[in-house]
Design a protein. Structure first.
Length: 235
């Protein structure tokens, strides 16, 4: 299996390319990196089947629609995201196949109402988006977020994976690239196993975070799977 972790420095976003037997998936593509991603996929001789979103992002615009124009892939998003322009809406328990492998879809709402985690078929790797970050988690104060829901999502859908399962987040602002279930259970200051739901909710209610700089542009564009940005890019 081919696996590449890709980075957008402008938003500190990780995108993930997975491929097997010539068929590929791209998780959380970024608009500004669409040409880079398309070139890499071409160099590796891959056919991009799907772009997958972990959620409707507030800090960057997805590259899903421009990649569809360039490469002919289909677009998949959470059913709970209520986005338009997707070829498939995903629900808990769905499978996305590529080559001889597949990703299992786990609904992990809380950061937003439509967050998904993608788990590789052998449960050695999971892609957590902004739900669970390295020693942190996504904020819960907009887009239908809920601290209690996020706590339960992580405890029931991610911490139930094998301890040695590697976790790849949607962002990291310190240069870290991956973690594991065992590490986050032990060292996550917000969500480690001693923390109760009430303690977590209190923590999240007192973060006092700044309003996301790009949210007013990014969220409307991402609710159309980036189609509006694709039109602007081509004009």
């Amino acid at each position: 299996m081919i696996f590449r972790q890709l980075f957008d420095s402008g938003s500190s976003t990780y995108s993930y390319l997975l491929a097997d037997d010539g068929s590929a998936l791209l998780i959380d593509p970024v608009l500004e990196q669409a040409d880079r991603d398309a070139a890499l996929i071409g160099e590796l001789g891959l056919k991009l089947l799907w772009t997958l979103e972990t959620h409707v992002h507030a800090d960057h615009i997805t590259g899903a629609s421009i990649l569809k124009e360039l490469l002919g892939n289909r677009i998949a998003v959470s059913a709970a995201a209520n986005a338009t322009g997707a070829d498939r809406v995903l629900r808990d328990g769905d499978k996305i196949e590529f080559g001889n492998r597949f990703l299992e879809v786990r609904a992990t709402p809380g950061h937003t109402a439509g967050c998904l985690t993608y788990v590789l078929d052998d449960q050695t790797v999971a892609f957590t988006g902004d739900c669970l970050l390295i020693r942190g988690c996504g904020r819960t104060d907009f887009q239908g977020g809920s601290a209690m829901q996020l706590y339960r999502s992580i405890r029931e859908k991610i911490f139930t994976l094998p301890d040695d399962c590697l976790l790849y987040p949607g962002h990291d602002y310190r240069g870290l690239t991956a973690t594991s279930v065992r590490e986050e259970k032990s060292y996550n200051p917000r969500l480690g196993l001693p923390k109760t739901e009430a303690e977590f909710a209190h923590c999240m209610a007192n973060l006092n975070l700044a309003y996301p700089k790009k949210i007013d542009v990014a969220v409307p564009a991402n609710l159309s799977c980036g189609r509006e940005a694709r039109v602007e890019r081509s004009t």
